[in-house]
Write a new protein. Structure first.
Length: 319
């Protein structure tokens, strides 16, 4: 099915809305769709192409309703189209600061030099995986370099893989991926893991996992897809190559909260704290998706957050 979408606005004819969503990933676009269906004058401010973290992968197999899977770019377009059909406006802007002036009066400043007003705001800016910053990483992202084992692991079933990291996520995803292959390297810069000890014990004792400790990845190799990684032992200085078809990187996440830091309470990792109705510590300000403190960051949980946030925003605006 071919979708014909209007390009996002680069100029604006209005600056005041009932509801503004900052971020155009699955959470933000779902919130926009719900907000528009609630007959709120709704806009999404998105600094890049709508779709968010969905666009980091080629294919999505675990979103309900698509049993054969769907191309990530197509799913992102469907989210965007649904929000627009419902009546939401998508505006190409990067937000620099958010200020609350009074009850039901938020002002959103942008790097374009303009500003917007809204009665309620939903933060759906997501987070970015912390990158290794080595040659080959950027070029091969989506072609063997991944930051989501649940999303991309099944594509490499029975192929050699590597996980980089030693925290909770790295250990959990290594155990998941080890079910898909009999050769998984876990590369960690220390000899002790930062994740739960029980997970570390399982990883150390797993027959399909080979530990590469006190080591860092210095390069990811491949032309059109990942073919291997170079690792360097921090203690000896020796380097070597591991032939793998995929590299899953779990060295942390960076939530995108800089413009809102003065208005929200965060957890120790910097993610926004909300209640079950997506309310932040500031009245009328909500958060949804990967930017908020939660246990599972998946497309399906992001869209659920977006629906809840929009519903709460509607109740706030009309109270």
């Amino acid at each position: 099915m071919q979708l014909f979408l209007m390009e996002e606005s680069t100029s604006v004819s209005k600056t005041e809305y009932d509801l503004i969503i900052i971020g155009g990933g699955p959470a933000g676009l779902t919130a926009a769709m719900y907000g528009a269906r609630y007959k709120l004058d709704t806009a999404v401010l998105e600094k890049e192409t709508p779709g968010g973290q969905v666009t980091l992968t080629d294919f999505v197999e675990n979103y309900p309703g698509f049993p054969q899977g769907i191309e990530a770019s197509q799913l992102a377009k469907l989210f965007e189209e649904h929000a627009k059909v419902a009546g939401a406006e998508i505006i190409s802007r990067q937000v620099s600061k958010l200020v609350k002036h009074g009850e039901k009066d938020f002002e959103i400043f942008t790097y374009h030099g303009d500003s917007f007003r809204a009665k309620s705001v939903i933060i759906a800016t997501g987070c970015n995986p912390r990158r290794l910053g080595v040659p080959g990483e950027k070029e091969l992202t989506g072609r063997g370099v991944s930051y989501c084992a649940v999303c991309d692991g099944p594509f490499f079933k029975d192929k050699p893989m590597a996980v980089v990291g030693g925290g909770e996520s790295a250990l959990t995803e290594a155990l998941y991926l080890a079910k898909l292959t009999d050769k998984l390297y876990l590369i960690h810069r220390r000899d002790q893991f930062r994740g739960a000890r029980v997970l570390g014990d399982r990883v150390r004792n797993h027959p399909n996992i080979e530990l590469v400790l006190n080591s860092v990845v210095t390069e990811i190799h491949g032309e059109d897809k990942v073919e291997g990684v170079t690792v360097k032992n921090k203690l000896t200085g020796e380097t070597g190559r591991l032939d793998v078809d995929a590299v899953f990187i779990y060295i942390g996440l960076i939530p995108n909260i800089e413009p809102f830091k003065e208005l929200v309470e965060t957890d120790d990792a910097g993610f926004i704290k909300t209640d079950e109705r997506m309310r932040t510590s500031t009245d009328g300000l909500f958060a949804a998706g990967d930017v908020r403190s939660k246990n599972l960051r998946q497309i399906v949980t992001a869209v659920a957050d977006g629906a809840l946030a929009a519903t709460s925003a509607d109740e706030y605006i009309n109270s």
